[in-house]
Design a protein around this ligand. Sequence first.
Ligand SMILES: *Cc1c(COP(=O)(O)O)cnc(C)c1O
Length: 436
Amino acid sequence: MAEGGAGPGTNEAWFARAKRVIPGGVDSPVRSFASVGGAPFTVARGQGPYVFDVEGNRYLDLVQSYGAVLLGHAHPVVRDALTRAAADGTTFGMPTPGEVLLAEDICERVPGCERVRLVSSGTEAAMSALRLARGVTGRDRIVKFDGCYHGHADALLAGGGSGVAMLGLPGSAGVSAAAVADTLVLPYNEVPELDDSVACVIVEPVAANMNLVAPNPGFLEGLRAACDAAGALLVFDEVISGFRLAPGGATERYGVLPDLWCFGKVIGGGLPVGAFGGRAELTDALAPGGPVYQAGTLSGNPLATAAGHAVLGHVGEADYAALSARAGRFAAALGRVIADAGLAVWTGAVGPLVGLLVGPPGAPGASPPRDLLDVRAWVAGGAYPRLFHELLARQVALAPGPYEVLFPGLAHEDEHLEAVLEATAEAAEAVVARWE
Ligand SMILES: *Cc1c(COP(=O)(O)O)cnc(C)c1O
């Protein structure tokens, strides 16, 4: 063991060690540099908007654990909550006040959400919401949209085809055809016609796993109406948008009420938490009161709920408004500096979520992406990996893949974002200069 579990040791040495005991050296494939080339750096610690690698290099971090961190790294509010909670024991397998407080936080903020059950990840939340939807409706089929991510449960690891309505194909080896046989994968931003075989439609109300795709005006309202007409449930996967776009997430922002919600990321304050819920008449179908089984040894874990409660208690409407305004200005300026350097670019923001699509020099710019096909066309130009590495060399860390959004958070002050813009201007110029 290296001292403190982090240094001494180089990034290279740590990654080599990691690969000897962890498949691919990473515990989640998005962390690998497979789509940008090279090897990941190993993080020793984080502070506010920064992460530091094991060699002591400091990066302005726009990953923020893929949106799990809202206040910035190692925020004192979270640290204090964790210290207090840890002193009282970390897990009991019995009800605790902490889980009640976090569930109250969620139900108070999200319009129409009366009950939530806490789980340990977004994947579990989405998987459980599907089971509940199927259990309540007595129907099997589910509808998802191409490019939306709902975690890695088998039924949700289905890929769509060429933009036409189609039954899902397994999105991974190891997912059986049977597991996705009832999953219909449709293009985002098109309201489908549903029949009475459909248990639920699950959607990211703002799609943030195919870069950033905003819902067209009328899309979410259309899904609501289509579900009502078919007797299907509408499930909002707010694992990213929840408690990030606004206190009440996308539900508050767009004013469309789903039947069920999935949450994760921000609600754990950086610890493993997810939640799913909805109106009481629906969640009453869950065990122990109802026939839909769902469980978890560490669900509602005292440390995780303490961290989540601390974060949600620390932010209010004004913080979200300020963050959204800052992110909007940042997205616009980011687009300007990249375009000025001569790369094709689209940037956009939905609340604090920032989308960035870059293309080769001289490629046509910039209409907002509507669905996965639009995003794929940008990605195919191959500009992102180059910009990513030029930025990393200038101490700015974006996600190592073109399908992620940027997560400026409450620790990113104007000065930090200004530094990102300066680095980006240089990085984009370097990309253009080296383009052959
Ligand atoms: C991250 C994510 C998930 C999965 O959450 P995990 O905690 O990684 O299992 C589900 N849905 C959306 C929209 C996500 O962004």
